[in-house]
Unconditional design. Structure first.
Length: 346
């Protein structure tokens, strides 16, 4: 799938509020919680430091954590055997961390800005029965919302669209829990802290503590939604890695760690696969659901179309989540299925 920057609407009015800016943590606040291995990974990525293996081995040997690192002086580093140059650079780097704030997710307005970091370009589904209880309940809830709020129009607000998105996500989560017998939760406005960016995501689906899917709702700003969702997925993957390390108290080894992203306007649904080294999309075109008051009249073609399209969207998401929570599969097997699922999309 390719997304053109030209598709960005003129009226992109989303901005970072003063409260959001104030609450964005500094890099020092994030580094403070790093264990030794996380600190080494973090420093290794800082190309400006030009640290070699000997420098990083000293940090490992001395078991320097993020909290200790923030208090470490040049003289202390040299006493551990580090040369003057790297020791001086690290001491200066520590001072800068307190001034450096992570970027809020809402600060990413341009897809082009995000695609400087990545290369983006992607069905078998889980088959739902027409009489599925959660599907039928979801359709009833959608019709209630249409009766109360009306048709989604070009001038509708984002909060209204989120009413429809929320109903669909809650319903499909019940389905996934039923068929997998896994404990899943849906959190709205969850704060996710990555290594470079932080912010609250519209919806996060979690399996126990681990994030498995991030949803970004954008009414008129799909391109911006893609930009922000990619950064959110990156940060979520980093948060998962930290959580697993803390839980196992040892280095986490996973040959194929991934997370799903969803960008939706409620009427248009796009699906993203984010891994540490590739990004794919399930389709060149979004799946569409048309929310209009005309479906309230029983038996009309519009009602049948609504049911069919909602079912299609839910089947795709259920299949993705079902795969992601199926931890019994070996990573290699999961990788083969995911690559086939996304790679076959045209």
């Amino acid at each position: 799938m390719s997304v053109s920057e030209d598709n960005t609407p003129v009226s992109t009015s989303t901005s970072i509020t003063a409260a959001e800016e104030k609450n964005v943590p500094t890099l020092a606040e994030v580094v403070r919680n790093y264990k030794t291995k996380e600190l080494i990974d973090f420093l290794h990525k800082e190309k400006d430091l030009v640290l070699d293996d000997d420098d990083l081995k000293i940090i490992k040997k001395e078991k320097i954590t993020g909290y200790a690192f923030l208090k470490t002086t040049k003289e202390e580093l040299q006493s551990y055997g580090m040369s003057g140059g790297p020791a001086s650079d690290l001491a200066d780097f520590v001072k800068e961390l307190g001034k450096c704030k992570l970027k809020a997710f809402s600060s990413y307005k341009s897809l082009r800005e995000v695609l400087k970091k990545y290369d983006i370009d992607g069905n078998e589904t889980y088959q739902l029965k027409d009489e599925d209880d959660e599907l039928e309940q979801c359709i009833r809830e959608i019709k209630c919302r249409l009766g109360n709020m009306g048709t989604i129009l070009a001038d509708s607000n984002e909060a209204m669209c989120c009413e429809y998105i929320s109903a669909i996500l809650h319903a499909l989560l019940y389905i996934v829990k039923r068929i997998t017998n896994k404990e899943l939760t849906l959190a709205s406005q969850l704060e996710v802290v990555g290594e470079e960016s932080t912010g609250r995501v519209d919806y996060a689906i979690k399996a126990l503590e681990e994030l498995i899917c991030i949803t970004e709702g954008k009414l008129h700003q799909v391109v911006m939604g893609f930009a922000q969702n990619l950064i959110q997925c990156e940060s979520a993957l980093q948060a998962n890695k930290r959580m697993r390390k803390r839980k196992s108290n040892e280095e986490f080894m996973d040959d194929y760690n991934y997370i799903y992203g969803i960008v939706t306007t409620a009427t248009e649904w796009y699906f993203i696969l984010y891994t540490s080294n590739e990004i794919s999309c399930t389709s060149k075109n979004p799946l569409n659901i048309r929310f209009t008051e005309s479906v309230l009249k029983e038996g009309l073609e519009e009602e049948k179309e609504l049911c069919k399209n909602m079912k299609r969207v839910m089947e795709v998401i259920v299949r993705l989540l079902k795969d992601r929570v199926d931890v019994e599969k070996e990573p290699v097997t999961k990788k083969q299925w995911v690559q086939r699922f996304f790679g076959n999309q045209e």
